[in-house]
Write a protein that binds this ligand. Sequence first.
Ligand SMILES: [Zn+2]
Length: 53
Amino acid sequence: MSDPLNSGDDAAPGTPGTGENVCPRCRGTGRLDDADCPECGGTGKVVEGIGGA
Ligand SMILES: [Zn+2]
């Protein structure tokens, strides 16, 4: 695994029981104060667990 997790990620992409969600911090823009959103690393998406998995 070469990509470090972003701080907003609960798990690595593709982990069973998780899914991508729009980043709540930047609302999917990937930008915050003219810089990359630290929560999603500028992707605008975070990986979160689904259904309490
Ligand atoms: Zn974000």
